[in-house]
Design a protein around this ligand. Structure first.
Ligand code: NAD
Length: 501
């Protein structure tokens, strides 16, 4: 499709949102916030209002939790193969609506359509993967011991709260919602305030595909009202959260009074480590891709480039050259690689690091500028002459901004890689097999990629250590979070019950 065709089609898709607003979805019905309040969702391209959004709060969370609580017993009792059938139908509906989802999400987030079209389809893959696991979700073990037989089983924990961030919101929401539904939980979803639209599309197409009403509910709003109320609600049994580390801490506190189980996928300051023995062409391509794709607004993006001293100048010059040639533009233009950042507030945050970098003595090798008057366009940026103690090497900037730091040897590479509060992902480029084994053993990161960009395989554990998260998604790890383990013990001989007298 051409840019002009994309613009025309997205206008058609947005028309309804412009007319009626982006509504909450509770117990199978589209509803405004009970307060009657709205907030504005602005375009990252030019700041124009895309649509008004229902400004949900505690009473909307109450209504959504009541719906999820009522729907829970029947949904949990449905045979796994029946949930599998329904969730495959949801995946089919996502594929059928992939164009709409991708265009609306691209417009809403500013992320380029070339990446968003794949992200929409990944949402369908998430549903298919967990649909196929639904029949085995409750399976347990039999554990024999002398004189006893123990039988374990799992059951869904109950209605759960899912809180998602604004980057690739559709894919991330399905990554959390699909396993919760597959194992029999019902859901109240609080979507991100900066990019709320595709969450509404998801719940609607899921219900049109056969998901019973009340099983998935959606409340829009801000963290401090709708989000907080969801985490504090006694009817919600667990909270799965994706977002900033600081917000994770706050949510943990909010969940404490009701002793809720929490699952966190949080921020990162992920290293990309390049040794002189690596395939330098591929490493440069990989390093640039993992920070400049998806506007660098991606949790696994590698925002710290650690390069062996002997190739530092040549390598950073290559990356700077690639960054300076990246096509920046409207997210719906198929030629665009870097689109506008999500929101003026976030743009201000990213721009502030350009002054911080200069003040701390780093060099801006390329980029470091705001582009144009309208919209949140920022040039892909590379900082060189940087050290790991600088703010630009320690804080998550969450934009197309890379900080390059030299290292002398393997020991220093590992020390620098680990010297941040985060531990989400790491990328390692080396052609020395023994070295890759040694280094991967010592890296503090939940996901490590060797000579590669980030590769998805849904049965593998996804998540981070340190301030990057608690718990893992993927495979059976998702079910572990959304389910309770139960052990039933049968003594195999009649036991003498100890006397109390
Ligand atoms: P954020 O923490 O500001 O907000 C995320 C969500 O939490 C939003 O829906 C927001 O409304 C809600 N929220 C905010 N305060 C809350 C509160 N007190 N109680 C309940 N809910 C609250 O994050 P963001 O800016 O939307 O997203 C970017 C962040 O997400 C980055 O740090 C990024 O690394 C992280 N992220 C992590 C992963 C991962 O898998 N580890 C994936 C994507 C994004």
């Amino acid at each position: 499709m051409t840019f002009e065709e994309n613009l025309t089609r997205v206008e058609g898709y947005l028309e309804r949102f412009r007319k009626e607003g982006v509504l909450n979805h509770i117990n199978g019905a589209s509803v405004p916030a009970q307060s009657g309040e709205w907030f504005e969702n602005v375009s990252p391209v030019d700041g124009a209002v895309l649509a008004k959004v229902a400004h949900g709060g505690a009473s909307d969370i109450d209504a959504a939790t009541e719906a999820a609580t009522k729907a829970f017993p029947a949904w949990a009792a449905l045979p796994g193969k029946e949930r599998r059938r329904i969730l495959h139908a949801v995946a089919d509906a996502i594929v059928a609506n992939a164009d709409r989802i991708a265009l609306v999400e691209s417009m809403d987030t500013g992320q380029a359509i070339r990446f968003m079209s794949k992200a929409a389809l990944r949402g369908a893959e998430n549903f298919r993967f967990f649909a196929d696991k639904a029949p085995e979700a409750a399976d347990g073990l039999s554990l024999r011991a002398p004189g006893q037989l123990n039988v374990t089983s799992r059951r869904p924990i109950g209605p759960v709260g899912i809180i998602t961030p604004w980057n690739t919101p559709f894919m991330l929401s399905t990554w959390k919602i699909a396993p919760a539904l597959a194992c029999g939980c019902t859901v109240v979803h609080k979507a991100a305030e900066f990019s709320p639209m595709t969450a509404k599309i998801l719940v609607e197409i899921a219900e049109s595909a056969g998901l019973p009403k009340g099983v998935l509910n959606l409340v829009h709003g801000f963290g401090e009202d709708a989000g907080k109320a969801l985490t504090e609600h006694p009817g919600i049994k667990a909270v799965a959260f994706v977002g900033e580390s600081q917000t994770g801490s706050r949510i943990m506190g909010q969940c404490a009074p009701t002793l809720k189980r929490v699952h966190f996928e949080l921020g990162g300051k992920n290293p990309c480590i390049v040794f002189a023995d690596a395939d330098i062409d591929r490493a440069a391509q990989g390093a640039a891709f993992m920070i400049y794709s998806l506007n660098g607004q991606r949790c696994t993006s590698s925002s710290r480039l650690l390069v062996e001293e002997s190739i530092y100048d040549e390598f950073t010059a290559r990356v700077a050259d690639m960054a300076s040639k990246i096509v920046i533009g409207h997210p719906l233009d198929p030629k665009t690689v870097v689109g506008p950042l999500i929101h003026p507030e976030h743009e201000q945050k990213v721009l502030s690091y350009f002054d911080i970098a200069k003040a701390e003595g780093a060099t801006i090798a390329t980029g470091g500028q705001k582009l144009g008057e309208k919209g949140c366009f920022v040039t892909p940026t590379l900082f060189t002459n940087a050290t790991n103690d600088m703010t630009i090497a320690q804080e998550e900037i969450f934009g197309p901004v890379l900080t390059a730091i030299p290292f002398k040897d393997e020991a220093e590479a590992v020390a620098l890689a680990n010297d941040v509060k985060y531990g989400l992902s790491a990328f390692l480029w080396s052609n020395d097999l023994e070295r890759t084994l040694r280094v991967t053993d010592r890296l503090e990161a939940g996901m490590i990629y060797v000579n590669s960009d980030n590769v998805r395989h849904l049965p593998t554990p996804f998540g981070g250590m340190k301030s990057s998260g608690i718990g893992r998604d993927g495979g059976d790890w998702s079910f572990e979070f959304y389910m309770e383990q139960v052990n039933v013990c049968f003594p195999t001989t009649t036991r003498q019950i100890p006397s109390l007298t």
